[in-house]
Design a protein around this ligand. Structure first.
Ligand code: ADP
Length: 177
């Protein structure tokens, strides 16, 4: 784990499984049905147990770029924020704004709930095909652009599953000042 103090928060970088993290909220890279899928979505539903899907069924889906919060059930995390990232179509279909919106909406939800810690996966960089370097730049810009206001939020974790994402975030976060 590497920590990068930034304004009034600590940005943390970890490599590994987001379902293991003890934070107030983990973010799920969900699809718009919110009814489960592969990748990190499947891992979160498996670790949280079937009650998570039951609650998700009540939410009636989620638009791309938006996010909705549920409880965390059997996860160490108290809440799950289901954010729907864009599918990469080449970059001309509003993908950067939609990806940034996932991070902003998730941070808004934790702030409104007065939570102190959140962990993000690398949204859209798996099955949805978003180039990892571009996604990293957008994620870091969205998160650093959000912090600084009056909020209980203290820890923002970037949970990178693969070493390519980890290296990209290590570089991007170390360049912040
Ligand atoms: P998307 O459909 O948004 O691309 P994926 O789940 O396919 O979602 O991939 C998003 C990112 O989550 C990828 O970088 C993938 O390597 C990563 N990932 C997969 N499983 C986990 C996990 N258990 N914890 C954290 N990240 C994960």
């Amino acid at each position: 784990m590497t920590s990068f103090p930034y304004q009034n928060v600590t940005l943390e970088l970890v490599q590994g499984d987001i379902t293991k993290l003890d934070v107030d909220a983990i973010v799920n890279a969900a699809n718009s049905s919110l009814l489960g899928g592969g990748g990190v979505d499947g891992a979160i539903h498996r670790a949280a147990g079937p009650e998570l899907l039951q609650e998700c069924r009540l939410l009636q889906g989620c638009k791309t770029g938006d996010a909705k919060m549920t409880k965390g059930y059997r996860l160490p995390a108290r809440h799950v924020i289901h954010a729907v990232g864009p599918v990469w179509h080449g970059g001309q279909q509003n993908e950067p704004a939609l990806l940034a919106s996932c991070y902003q909406r998730s941070l808004t939800l934790v702030t409104e709930a007065s939570l102190t810690s959140i962990a993000f996966p690398n949204i859209s960089t798996g099955i949805y095909g978003y180039p990892k370097d571009k996604a990293c730049q957008t994620a870091v810009a969205a998160v650093t652009g959000f912090v600084g206001g009056d909020s209980a939020l203290k820890r923002i974790v970037f949970a990178c599953f693969d070493s390519e994402n980890f290296a990209l975030y290590e570089r991007a976060l170390s360049l912040l000042r």
